[in-house]
Design a protein around this ligand. Structure first.
Ligand code: PMV
Length: 326
């Protein structure tokens, strides 16, 4: 099935009551149990479920309206050239929703999270656009349906519609209509996540390409679905009990196992830089000294730290550049 067929199915029988301009916000999310591997590359359908936590006010604000002649994309107050890779990717996504071929959009995005540094700005970006498209066109879609629309832009975007913990259900249907995210209604206010920006430059390989290569060439990938099965259950239990050490240890092990599958690919995918490894050792040293802190990492060299509010001051003393999500 194509993306267009999926969108047509979702929007069938929806009346349109368009507005002229709308605003939305979507928080970025960091997976505690990662999405790594697609069973359908067209629809961004995953091989496994995944589970994330949202980053509060760090995310993407979107102002969306209709405009004439061509799509206009303004990112962090700078208009982007229409042939830039980001605009091409966004226009391809917007093509799915135009009522007529000459209906264009003006997308103004402000990211409050460092863009393209492995901090999931594409997740919050596509989620904020999916939410804004729904309001702009007046489709009145449910959150579940908006999650599916966001997934068509970027897989992890389907988890960026809510604050707190979110689970993306793997689904089994070919049309992906059962592969959407949902919030886990268990607040945990003492749980904190902080971002260590070690390298803000462009990644050597996109998460999309790294995922494809890993699934295709890494023998270690065979072990991944089973690892996710165990970890996601442990995380659900840890969230229910507010068991920080269980949550942190599971998230850290899950991230490192994901990176191990990439290293087993050919050519190998290694996002880690020397600074990444130094930060990892520092986290483990802190833990040996009694500070309760765990790490996770995505498809990039930067490290995210999980800790509890009571340890914030001590953690900031160890990692002064930590950007804490609020
Ligand atoms: O949504 P994508 O295609 O950018 O993939 C994201 C993959 C990871 O960030 C590495 C893991 C995850 O679950 O967010």
């Amino acid at each position: 099935m194509t993306k267009q067929e999926c969108v047509n199915q979702l929007l069938a029988n929806r009346s349109e009551t368009p507005l002229s301009t709308v605003k939305s916000f979507a928080p970025a999310n960091i997976a505690l149990c990662k999405y790594w591997g697609k069973r359908d590359t067209e629809l961004n359908l995953p091989v496994t479920s995944s589970l994330s936590m949202a980053l509060g006010t760090l995310g993407s604000h979107c102002n969306l309206s209709f405009c004439e002649d061509h799509d206009q994309v303004i990112l962090n107050e700078a208009p982007l050239p229409s042939d830039s890779p980001f605009v091409t990717r966004l226009s391809d996504y917007l093509d799915l929703f135009r009522k007529q071929p000459d209906q264009y959009y003006r997308v103004e995005t402000i990211n409050t999270i460092p863009t393209a540094a492995g901090f999931a700005s594409s997740a919050s970006g596509f989620a904020s656009i999916a939410l804004a498209l729904n309001t702009l066109h007046g489709w009145d879609l449910s959150d579940r349906e908006c999650s599916i629309l966001a997934r068509l832009g970027s897989g992890s975007a389907c988890r960026s519609l809510w604050q707190g913990f979110v689970e993306w259900h793997v689904g089994h249907q070919d049309d992906g209509l059962d592969s959407f995210a949902e919030p886990i209604p268990t607040p945990w206010t003492d749980l904190q996540i902080g971002l260590l920006v070690l390298e803000a430059g462009k990644k050597p390989i996109s998460s999309r390409d790294a995922m494809l290569r890993t699934v295709k060439t890494s023998q270690l990938y065979k072990a991944w679905p089973q690892k996710v099965d165990t970890d996601i259950q442990t995380l659900r239990t840890a969230i229910g009990k507010h068991d920080f050490d269980q949550l942190g240890a599971t998230a850290e092990s899950n991230a490192l196992t994901m990176h191990a599958t990439m290293m087993g690919a050919w050519p190998p995918v290694v996002y880690w830089l020397p600074e990444t490894v130094v930060a990892m050792h520092k986290v483990w040293q802190c833990r040996r000294e009694g500070l309760s802190v765990y790490l996770t990492m995505d498809a990039g060299p930067n490290v995210k730290l999980l800790f509890q509010s009571q340890d914030e001051a001590q953690l900031l003393a160890e990692f002064p550049n930590l950007l804490i999500a609020r």
